[in-house]
Write a protein that binds this ligand. Structure first.
Ligand code: 3PG
Length: 213
């Protein structure tokens, strides 16, 4: 099955978007795409999230929009119904994993411990989100997992910054990184889409020197 890491391999930074007003979804997504970040995770944390997802899926075909903070089977169904092309969760349970598998779209269940990684591998799942990345051990932690568990690949998210993203992307077991650092609250509040585009462009350029992949 296609992995989230294959959806936009040329742009392995995933902006994690929290949308309060669905009217912002399309201009925000257009700014991110124009800046070189087509993979967009809309978190299911606000009442506007599903409308925002739908608006991006319908109105910005160049974007590859998915849903984040998916923590229930109902959330999986809602997200896919709204047009999500991938699903991300901060953690996982057997029930949530089953719903993600049945959804037919790529997914990243969240892990922060070695046993959780092993449990996912046991289930045949080798693509996962590492959350909360910085608080759970950051780059040294993921580097330590590459020895015993080389088959697991991660999308670290949570506390990642422009400064730390390149070091994550340079790891052999990292497929993408996610975060909000390119979406400062003041730019969003001001609906300053030109600034978002410019920050996205800087972010897309970040990984160029380290990717070589
Ligand atoms: C989240 O789910 O909120 C993401 O992990 C984003 O984390 P960040 O705001 O620390 O980048």
């Amino acid at each position: 099955m296609t992995s989230v890491f294959d959806l936009a391999p040329e742009a392995p930074v995933v902006p994690v978007v929290v949308i309060e007003d669905a009217a912002d979804a399309v201009p925000l997504a257009r700014a991110l795409v124009a800046g070189g970040l087509p993979l967009i995770e809309v978190t299911l944390r606000t009442p506007a999230a599903l409308d925002a997802l739908r608006a991006i899926a319908d109105g910005v075909p160049e974007a590859v929009v998915g849903a984040g903070t998916v923590v229930s089977a109902a959330g999986v169904a809602d997200a896919v119904g709204a047009g999500a092309r991938f699903l991300v969760s901060p953690g996982w349970t057997g029930r949530l994993l089953g719903a993600m598998r049945e959804s037919g779209v790529p997914f990243l269940p969240g892990v922060s411990t070695v046993s959780e990684v092993v449990a996912l591998l046991e289930q045949g799942v080798d693509a996962m989100k590492f959350f909360p990345a910085e608080a759970a051990g950051g780059v040294p932690y993921l580097k330590s997992l590459a020895g015993p568990l080389p088959q697991a690949r991660f999308c670290p998210t949570g506390g990642v910054s422009a400064a730390s993203a390149p070091a994550y992307l340079a790891l052999p077991n990292v497929g993408c990184v996610g975060g909000t650092w390119m979406l400062p609250p003041d730019a969003l509040a001001a609906r300053d889409w030109a600034r978002v585009e410019s920050l996205a462009r800087g972010t897309a350029a970040l990984r160029a020197p380290v990717s070589g992949r």
